[in-house]
Design a protein around this ligand. Structure first.
Ligand SMILES: CC(C)(COP(=O)(O)OP(=O)(O)OC[C@H]1O[C@@H](n2cnc3c(N)ncnc32)[C@H](O)[C@@H]1OP(=O)(O)O)[C@@H](O)C(=O)NCCC(=O)NCCS
Length: 185
């Protein structure tokens, strides 16, 4: 792939993370409220974790494995969260994942960023299916999925282990044909 493109929405810029964002990532994703409902964010969020995570992004993008963006408020240039797609090239599908820093919750930012990356996934990455999973209790996350046009596909029982405990995950997806159909309406 070429260079990871920057994506702009009405209020946000999605751009690749830089190592200089590490402190901010640690501050925001180190909040226990963010770690609580995610599967891959450690808690406590030790020094160096953000740097290691950001260091993987370029290689993962170049190899077509995943694409990760910092979510930045256009006006203030603050990093407020992260969003990404983990790609299966063979099946032309990707899993959408995201987190937003607690002070910025419920402003529609995740919905806005998700809409943009879904559009990018279908138009630029030529994906056929974009899916996402969230814990049953994570109302905010599955509300985002519903708002961006994903359909509920069922709950996978004990689909992950969280802090040593099996958890059920609600599964949502949007298909390429659905994305283009709703744009034609
Ligand atoms: C889930 C998360 C990303 C939502 O981000 P956000 O920017 O607050 O989401 P939005 O503002 O776009 O909200 C979308 C909808 O969900 C609702 N919502 C958001 N958080 C909610 C909550 N905690 N409880 C109930 N509804 C919630 C919003 O009100 C909005 O619905 P509405 O338009 O009908 O009012 C954010 O809460 C988060 O980062 N949580 C921790 C990490 C995480 O769970 N990531 C996802 C793992 S699957």
């Amino acid at each position: 792939m070429g260079k990871q493109p920057i994506i702009e929405t009405e209020r946000l810029i999605l751009r690749p993370f830089e190592l200089s964002d590490s402190k901010r990532v640690q501050e925001l994703s180190g909040d226990s409220k963010v770690a609580e409902t995610t599967l891959n964010i450690p808690h406590p969020y030790e020094d160096g974790i953000a740097e290691s995570w950001i260091s993987t992004h370029k290689h993962n993008f170049n190899s077509g494995k995943s694409i990760t963006y910092a979510i930045v408020i256009k006006d203030t240039k603050e990093v407020i969260g992260a969003i990404g797609l983990t790609i299966s090239k063979i099946h032309r599908k990707a899993e959408l994942g995201y987190w937003i820093g607690v002070p910025y919750w419920k402003n529609g930012y995740c919905t806005e960023a998700s809409q943009a990356i879904i559009e990018f996934g279908f138009k630029e990455l030529n994906l056929n299916r974009i899916y996402a999973r969230a814990m049953d209790s994570n109302i905010g996350s599955w509300r985002v999925m519903e708002k961006v046009g994903m359909k509920y596909e069922g709950t996978r029982r004990q689909d992950a282990i969280k802090n040593g405990v099996p958890v059920d995950l609600k599964s949502y997806a949007i298909l390429r044909e659905e994305f283009y159909r709703c744009r034609a309406d």
